[in-house]
Design a protein around this ligand. Sequence first.
Ligand SMILES: NC(=O)c1ccc[n+]([C@@H]2O[C@H](COP(=O)([O-])OP(=O)(O)OC[C@H]3O[C@@H](n4cnc5c(N)ncnc54)[C@H](O)[C@@H]3O)[C@@H](O)[C@H]2O)c1
Ligand SMILES: CC(=O)N[C@@H]1[C@@H](OP(=O)(O)OP(=O)(O)OC[C@H]2O[C@@H](n3ccc(=O)[nH]c3=O)[C@H](O)[C@@H]2O)O[C@H](CO)[C@@H](O)[C@@H]1O
Length: 415
Amino acid sequence: MKLCILGLGYVGLPTAAILAVNGFHVVGVDINRERLKEIKNLDFEERDLKTLVSAALKSGHLILKDKPEEADAYIICVPTPIDEKKRCDLSHVKKAIESIKPYLKDGDLIIIESTVPPGTTEELYKMLSNGKKILMAYCPERVLPGNLLEELIENDRIIGGINEESANLAKKIYESFVKGKIYVTDAKTAEMVKLMENTYRDVNIALANEFAKISEELGVNVWEAIALANNHPRVNILKPGPGVGGHCIPIDPWFIVEKSREAKLIKVAREVNDSMPYFVVKKVKDIVEKGKISILGVAYKGNVDDTRESPAIKIIEELLKLNYSVMCHDPKVKKFKYKLYSLKECVKDSDLILILSDHEEYKNLPIKEIGELMRNKNILDTKNIIQREEWEKFGFKTYLLGDGKNETRRLGEMG
Ligand SMILES: NC(=O)c1ccc[n+]([C@@H]2O[C@H](COP(=O)([O-])OP(=O)(O)OC[C@H]3O[C@@H](n4cnc5c(N)ncnc54)[C@H](O)[C@@H]3O)[C@@H](O)[C@H]2O)c1
Ligand SMILES: CC(=O)N[C@@H]1[C@@H](OP(=O)(O)OP(=O)(O)OC[C@H]2O[C@@H](n3ccc(=O)[nH]c3=O)[C@H](O)[C@@H]2O)O[C@H](CO)[C@@H](O)[C@@H]1O
């Protein structure tokens, strides 16, 4: 069976490579030639992915193209961002489908992996099937960035067919590499399942963030309170932080909001999470009124190289508006909207270190050397990853997001 994968990003590339090493003839298509170059040079962060892509390319089963060609099945993995009205922008999906239209023949299968609002696959099917016997399915991707390959193989899969024949053919493709269970349903349910998963996470993170704000107001350390509450057998509160980033969680809940007026809690949760960067900036203002801020971590979360929708972007914008000078460091990220500096340059003559991503590297920083370079030794940790006592030994004033005991701690009244 010959497959054509459209969009070779975080989702499409591993999918194309794993299908190729499992015996399919795969044409990997990306309209961005720079991306194709990166893939040929194995220029990406996840090490296991390098091994897999390299094996797929060497086997000759994966070939890279900037245009689609005739195949038996097409898998669409292109971006689905939100527009300014917070509605799903389906233009990339529609363009990808237009580009395969000339090659479609009876019995061909189109699989949508891009995250889309409920009902989209059915609508696209109606537009496409005009006279031809096309098969179509929605098969959401649920891999966790940072643990991509393991989850690609081990996770259960949902297959939402437009009809039984479509679902069965799609199932055959995924069965070639998925070790988890494969559940079959209709396309709209599968679309809803994907959005519900990410919305569930977003709402729960919003609750943790709200607890953090309340704890600061009431003089409680939210991290301590969450750890204690989580001892309860049926409680599992997530972690607060500087905001919710990535290409999925801050976006996908809006795809439900655009389809239903009943989506109230979901919208408020989004707003709470979107408010966190401003909350962090307010904390910075309370600690230092002006000067240089050193941002450690611009990736949207720890140990990934992705900065899409990263809370760091909003925080930097706001700090610059307030006339702070800002320098950023990130050991994982290669491309970012703002210039990245070495750790030393970043902290030199600084008034405050602001930790925004929980990269492994930030758990063991050279505190003494950093302190010697700084103008004022302040550190604000939004991820609860530093050992505050260690930093305080070297004369740092430490601050933690969600710690209402910050002040008493600094005055030495608390351990
Ligand atoms: N990143 C994740 O972990 C993840 C997980 C689950 C689902 N998703 C969903 O999967 C989809 C893709 O996400 P991603 O993170 O892989 O995006 P990405 O931006 O990393 O990759 C998308 C790729 O598609 C290419 N592209 C755009 N239009 C094209 C076209 N017409 N033909 C061929 N290539 C085209 C782009 O050049 C880009 O390289 C989105 O809908 C996203 O919501 C992402
Ligand atoms: C349901 C689910 O698990 N879906 C996953 C999710 O992947 P992700 O990498 O986007 O998800 P997270 O790791 O949750 O990070 C998101 C942001 O939330 C912040 N965060 C997180 C936990 C916390 O306790 N407190 C926080 O503040 C974190 O820093 C970051 O900014 O979507 C993918 C695409 O659809 C899925 O495929 C993948 O399964």
